[in-house]
Design a protein around this ligand. Structure first.
Ligand code: ARG
Length: 624
């Protein structure tokens, strides 16, 4: 990165918060989708994604095409021995010479590291349709785009059979069709009934809307396209959250209202849905659904049971985001050998010790132990972080000194102790008022889980240095303002990350999180996102076509050399955490990179293991 880039980076970070505040929320009552686009046959035909590929449906198993993941693994190959076993899926490793190895892969896995399973949803397999994965042979199914017909979605037939549900009439319109819906029914296939609505945040919504606010058709939750872009929402959420082999909008992850994934060109995206909020939250009659017609775009596999529109909210065994229950203080076990370094505890010596002290609830006695509420849904290269998954994540916010202006997000940070946050050196803005927000996921909502604390002191590393090419010793400590001797209070949503106690192996999968820019929004995300990145060897990252000689041992690279998933502007100072001794350790701080998500330009992170003594000396000096 050159200086220009750094400034650009800071400039963008400055824009992030205000611009994102405008987002969403207002959508609640816009149910009927005015001015939405309608998907036309013409569009489907023009869509490269639905290109017919000759012979694509024939062979069963395939791995002939060059697989990107394989290429990355090869590039990132740390040192080639068999310990730890580099072979995935129970592959057996055989050393080959000093630096090489060979994996003997159990069927049906293939690839250098047995990382490739059978590829059911090969490009073109489903013609003008979406390929979804199923758990029974042949393990995939084609969901044709109307009016293309099963099994291969290559044949077009207008209005025959009638794609319109609930007695809707199919009207031919040139090469296209329209459904004329009976009163009260709506949706492209009249599949949304008059009582299809959601209550509260829509967690209990089980209705049939399958379009986003802007008229994009939702992807099936078991769509290959979603899986290919990251996670497996269907498997991770199971049916208790309403996800299944369908494309109806749901809110499985504690968002504000039902949403779904959709495809934008070759990218995975998500948006809130064109759903209506219920007027009367009780006594709702389920939408009339003709069982065999329940699934608008999948005549071959329709759900057999009608789904009621609204089911009563399940009696919560777990707290919801809006009604937080704070976790009981963790028992104060002595740390066992091999436990990652716990940041030193502030000496619990309040000046006015009561004569007969009741055992004080021990705060932050363990580190690196998230208590996630729910599993994760993936968006773009990142995941929406569910409450409690990254409880050490901090939003560092600034405003002009002594002004009344609202604080705006500028950087990420990591809570390592009740009164100490780690962040990047370049995030320090000494001329500004600074505060941190802990325990929050959304930048534009005031969440009951959140704790806002003033920054009392910023300690930037003495050797912090920016050059046109890189940022060195990019680390700072923020000392938070204490109230009655306490700064952050431990809850299910606010916890410390552990400090690492040793280097971790190259190739390891770690997690980054932040509100920074995404492929979709240069101003950053309003909701905290996370993504997985791999630790890239110093040697690899110092190759001339990557970052060359500007890297030193105060930093390391992580990401995917093929591009895509990365941290970005606004994520700086935030965590890269990895598993070490059964806890999450703060292994890196987002520092810099050449733009974001570019091939051969992974993110560069401050190497926290290099600064353990520095961190301890600063935090201890302050508490003694
Ligand atoms: N400097 C950026 C910030 O202040 C972080 C950039 C990270 N870039 C990357 N490609 N990982 O937010």
């Amino acid at each position: 990165m050159n200086l220009k880039l750094l400034f650009f980076c800071l400039f963008l970070a400055a824009l992030i918060a205000p611009a994102e505040l405008k987002r969403k929320k207002h959508k609640h009552h816009e149910g009927q989708g005015h001015g939405k686009k309608k998907e036309k046959v013409e569009d489907i035909l023009k869509d490269l994604f639905f290109e017919i590929v000759e012979g694509a449906g024939d062979d069963d198993d395939d791995d002939d095409d060059h697989n990107n993941a394989d290429w990355v693994l090869e590039l990132q190959e740390p040192d080639g021995q068999c310990d730890p076993n580099p072979c995935l899926n129970d592959g057996v490793c055989e050393p080959k010479g000093k630096r090489k190895f060979k994996c003997d892969c159990p069927k049906p896995f293939k690839g250098r590291k047995c990382q490739r399973g059978p590829k059911r949803c090969k490009r073109g397999r489903c013609g003008r349709g979406e390929c979804v994965l199923t758990s029974t042979p042949p393990f995939y199914e084609c969901k044709c785009k109307e009016p293309f017909q099963p099994p291969r979605c290559t044949r077009l037939s207008l209005c025959e059979p009638n794609p319109c549900r609930n007695g809707g009439q199919c009207i031919k319109d040139g090469t296209d069709f329209d459904c004329l819906c009976p009163t009260g029914f709506r949706g492209r296939f009249c599949h949304v009934g008059p009582n299809d609505c959601y209550v509260g945040d829509g967690e209990s919504y089980r209705g049939n809307v399958s379009e986003t606010d802007d008229g994009n058709e939702c992807l099936y939750w078991n769509s290959h396209f979603i899986l290919e872009n990251g996670a497996d929402p269907f498997n991770s959420f199971e049916d208790s959250d309403g996800l299944g082999p369908h494309n109806f909008c749901r809110n499985p992850d504690g968002d504000e209202m039902p949403w779904c994934f959709f495809r934008r060109g070759r990218r995975l995206s998500w948006d809130y849905c064109d759903v209506t909020e219920c007027l009367q939250p009780t006594g709702v009659v389920p939408t009339e659904i003709v069982p065999t017609d329940a699934n608008p775009t999948a005549p071959t596999s329709r759900p057999t049971t009608p789904e009621p529109t609204v089911t009563p909210k399940p009696t919560a065994s777990e707290p919801t985001a809006s009604e937080p229950t704070f976790s009981k203080p963790t028992a104060s076990e002595p740390s066992t050998a091999g436990t990652p370094t716990q940041a030193p505890q502030p000496s619990p010596t309040p000046t006015d010790v009561p004569p007969t002290p009741t055992v004080p609830p021990q705060q932050f006695a363990t580190c690196g132990q998230p208590q996630p509420k729910k599993n994760v849904a993936r968006i773009f290269g990142g995941l929406k972080v569910p409450p409690g998954t990254a409880p050490w994540q901090v939003s560092l916010q600034v405003r002009p000194k002594n002004s009344n202006q609202p604080f705006r997000h500028t950087c990420g940070g990591v809570l390592i102790e009740s009164c100490w946050v780690l962040t990047a050196g370049h995030c320090s803005e000494q001329m500004k008022d600074m505060q941190v927000v802990l325990g929050g996921l959304s930048l534009d909502l005031e969440e009951p889980t959140e704790q806002v604390i003033q920054v009392e002191e910023v300690i930037v590393h003495e050797n912090y240095r920016e050059t046109p090419a890189a940022v060195y010793n990019d680390i700072a400590l923020l000392r938070l303002k204490a109230t009655d001797g306490v700064c952050a209070k431990e809850t299910q949503f606010v916890k410390t990350a552990c400090l690492p106690d040793a280097q971790l192996p190259d190739g390891m999968d770690c997690t980054i999180s932040g509100w920074g820019a995404t492929e979709d929004s240069q101003y950053g995300s309003n909701h905290l996102l996370e993504a997985n990145v791999m630790l890239i060897s110093q040697e690899k990252c110092s190759e001339p076509n990557i970052y060359g000689r500007v890297l030193d041992n105060t930093m390391f690279c992580a990401g995917h050399l093929m591009g895509g998933v990365d941290s970005c502007q606004g994520d700086s100072g935030g965590p890269l955490t990895c598993d070490q001794n059964n806890a999450k350790v703060i292994y890196g701080l987002v520092s810099w990179g050449d733009k974001c998500g570019r091939k051969n330009k992974p993110g560069v992170y401050t190497r926290v293991t290099n600064y353990l003594d520095w961190i301890n000396s600063k935090t201890q000096a302050a508490s003694s």
